[in-house]
Design a protein around this ligand. Sequence first.
Ligand code: NAD
Length: 504
Amino acid sequence: MAIPNVRIPSRQLYIDGEWRESVKKNRIPIINPATEEIIGDIPAATEEDVDIAVEAARRALAGDEWGSTTGAQRAKYLRAIAAKILERKSELATLESLDCGKTLFEAAWDMDDIAACFEYYADLAEALDSKKKTPVDLHMDSFKTYVLREPLGVVGLITPWNYPLLMATWKVAPALAAGCAAILKPSELASITCLELGEICREVGLPPGALNILTGLGPEAGAPLVSHPHVDKIAFTGSATTGVKIMTAAAQLVKPVTLELGGKSPIVVFDDIDNLDLAVEWTLFGCFANAGQVCSATSRLIIQESIASEYLERLLLWIKNIKISDPLEEDCKLGPIVSSGQYEKVLKFISKAKDEGATILCGGERPQHMKKGYYVQPTIITDVNTSMEIWKEEVFGPVLCVKTFKTEEEAIELANDTKYGLASAIMSKDLERCERFTKAFQTGIIWFNCSQPTFMQLPWGGRKRSGFGRDLGEWGLEKYLNIKQVTQYTSDEPWAFYKSPSKV
Ligand code: NAD
């Protein structure tokens, strides 16, 4: 893909179908993590802007232009958005890469997935028209009933920086498909492409207020959205720490939340694998794609003792081929960490592991040839025990820790030895064993002989402290629908619970 010479657009908040300066006029600098340079800025919304956006969303919901649309009409908007994303694919991918350090190749992948996700929910929006009103047969003459599926209302969508526009799309597309009016609050660390989504919505004529985009800091722009009495639901993707704050604040209003949080996912490798290289490549991809900044990263390698040393040697050979460079360079396979704060955090995890007695088998530092930018080498840590921080906590960087096992029972125990429950992977040619692991793994996502492939038709989400609720698939749409039952008494006969005065 050719890299276009992109200009960083200077945008305002996207409210009520127009660009609008934030009430306090504050802005947040955008830093390119590959060069550490300031390349632009984004508006910093506050409580006052949240109020304006919520009012706009409520008006959209109550008005005919958005509130009375059929699923088929909404599908047209979603398809138009998908087409615009593809039209601007290389520009958007470049902006994403400049903003969060993602390799251009992965950013272009994201743009394809984003367009496909809007298309997918366009199909589900159309299908919703015939499922909006479902009769329920009670096998009774005196009652007729049906169930309505309606848009849930005004929804707040709060998203992270690791897949900026993709994570936003996983929520925006189904929320609009359902007919909700939405307020998106992307991460302050990577908001450029989410603001461009505002421009795309404006261009395709999405009715004003159906989608509003407020950039800004979590406590200033996210928190007021969560505690706003006229926001009916919060769908959140981000860290467990923020998830706890959001759930606590929402609980005060008994506001429903869904939480897609972090993970410390295992990849269990058995010695019966036929093709070592195939397993090794998935192990690397599972932990180092997107520089390890993936919620479902399989960052704990649990390897059968009999093949451990051969496997690690192979990993080291493959790691040498990972090109670390500016993410816009061709064939770059590992870009920088998103920000200086995250970079410091990752290095601290590595040094703490060393202090606790683990061995840094490879990496562990900034690559010498990268003089600027928040780069961390792909890192493998061995001699790990289960009480170490590196085994327990999500690093969110290119860091793989390793433990060996002898028996299947031991492997299961190690795999589930985490407070998180997002994903797990098993590499084995014994499919019956794989099936046994599907029952044993305490996670919402399970991969056999691979790690990370994600399909929009399948439910995405976790258990334990990885949160609850599901994005994607039909489950991703359901969370933006309100279920209403309607019961009609159809008999001419009195109910006859009380004595009728006429008969007394
Ligand atoms: P984060 O929790 O720091 O921020 C996420 C979002 O929450 C941002 O938009 C932020 O501004 C906002 N926020 C922060 N404080 C807030 C508050 N008090 N009230 C309301 N909003 C607030 O997470 P991050 O660092 O952006 O993202 C990384 C995390 O996201 C990792 O833990 C990762 O595992 C997780 N993640 C999970 C999934 C998943 O599907 N389970 C996907 C991607 C990322």
